[in-house]
Design a protein around this ligand. Structure first.
Ligand code: TMP
Length: 214
């Protein structure tokens, strides 16, 4: 039995359905008796939610790519220290909607800073605290964006407004990153109803938890 909990991140492009799937998974794991904490990036705590508002404000069109990358990394650090690490120490399964791979895909690849460069500022921010398991909800950008436009309740932020080319770069980057970290990243076809996606995520996650907690 491990003393530390398990750190799980959920990743994917716009409209992959992460938020809905995270909620379904949370309920499923709790029903199975696991102690689970669900959180999100950027955000999850007061300081990081404030940074989120600054980053995603549609009026902040002047924000430069490296400024954006640093703000995501700053929000990540504070959230990790204040919320994620204490929960892991208490043995929780931490389900985090986005983590460092988002910065690699969005800022590193789509903004063109470079994946390795963005990884290095994140290494400073997270000090080796990578997720144990990452579930990548895989959906083509056209299908993801079509879902966003069909969902009136969803926030439509500064990054959603980027051109299709940007979202294609995010998609390609996720493919590259998952090939780089095949042990950690598990790809799931997300172009299906949320319940089906959640069922597969749940099966992968449960198998991982059983293996690691026995
Ligand atoms: P969300 O829509 O999943 O809540 O994420 C907010 C936006 O922030 C989304 O467009 C992805 C973007 N993002 C990055 O560009 N880099 C990051 O490191 C993170 C965590 C999110």
């Amino acid at each position: 039995m491990r003393e530390r909990g398990v750190f799980v991140s959920l990743e994917g492009g716009e409209g992959a359905g992460k938020t809905t799937v995270a909620e379904l998974i949370f309920e499923l794991l709790v029903a199975k008796g696991w102690r689970v904490m669900k959180t999100r990036e950027p955000g999850g705590i007061d300081i990081a939610e404030k940074i989120r508002t600054i980053i995603l404000d549609p009026e902040h069109t002047a924000m430069e790519a490296r400024t954006e990358a640093l703000l995501y990394a700053a929000a990540r650090r504070q959230h990790l220290i204040e919320k994620v690490l204490p929960a892991l120490q208490e043995g929780y399964i931490v389900l985090c909607d986005r983590f460092v791979d988002s910065s690699l895909a969005y800022q590193g690849a789509a903004r063109g800073i470079g994946i390795d460069e963005v990884f290095s500022i994140n290494a400073f921010a997270i000090e080796n605290q990578m997720p144990d398991l990452t579930l990548l909800l895989d959906i083509k950008p056209e299908d993801g964006m079509a879902r966003i436009h069909g969902n009136e309740n969803r926030e439509y932020n500064r990054l959603d407004r980027e051109k299709m080319e940007f979202h294609h770069k995010v998609y390609e980057a996720y493919q590259e990153i998952s090939a780089r970290f095949p042990e950690r990243i598990h790809k799931i076809d997300a172009n299906r109803p949320a319940e089906e996606v959640a069922a597969e995520v749940g099966a992968v996650l449960t198998a991982y938890l059983v293996k690691h907690f026995k």
